[in-house]
Design a protein around this ligand. Sequence first.
Ligand code: FMN
Length: 244
Amino acid sequence: MGGSAPRYPRSPLKANGDEMSEFPAEADLEALGEEIPLLEGIRTTRSIRRLKPDPVPRALIRKVCEAGTFAPSGGNRQPWVFVAVDDRDKRRWVAERYLPVFRDYIQPSIERGEREHFPQPLMRNMRSALHLAEHLDEVPVLLFIAGFTRRGERQSQALFPCTQNILLACRAVGLGASFTMLHLSFGKECDRMLGLPDNIPSAAMIPIGWPLGKYGRPPRASVDSKLFFNEFDASTLGAERPIE
Ligand SMILES: Cc1cc2nc3c(=O)[nH]c(=O)nc-3n(C[C@H](O)[C@H](O)[C@H](O)COP(=O)(O)O)c2cc1C
């Protein structure tokens, strides 16, 4: 690979860069993911929603949750609680409720996109989200991120840095993952099923499994169309704008 070409370091589990091989029993979970440079990992983390049903070791779930615990939080209160659901019946319970809601939400957009020829990356994104919804019961781990309320209010914002750390850690160790919140449409019922009390509601769910696809750069507008120094300029918002 040339010196200036972007490198996409593979985890030890993705030696050929393609399909994940069988998880080797002797894999060194402590070393897994530690070799990936931080910024490169950030740039190559995307929603991976096509996942194999193969089990994920609990030690790896612990490892990615540990990365979550290094997130900042107001006053360092560390309000997060993780419930990793790998029980088949509980996963099916979630999937049965997630799918109809998600289908109602996304199907009209997919149909409109087909009629109006939305850009392919957007269509791919919507179809992969629907695929996840249709196969949620096959995903080996549904990781719920919950957190203590403050003065009776849900504190989702306090949990999102933690959630992003977990997504990055999944990328580092070679697991596929994505950020979802749709379970909140049946959130109270779901929290009861998870044994979460009213003062620790869930805020996000990360379906985790071994990826069928590859990590890579997600489609993003250039930072040059988003970054302003000292003063925002609406006339150039969205335009590609080289920084002098
Ligand atoms: C607040 C929030 C809620 C989201 N909810 C869902 C969801 O319910 N289902 C889903 O499949 N993806 C969900 N996503 C993932 C986004 O769709 C995804 O990050 C976005 O399309 C960009 O795709 P990428 O991550 O592959 O770059 C959510 C993301 C965020 C930040």
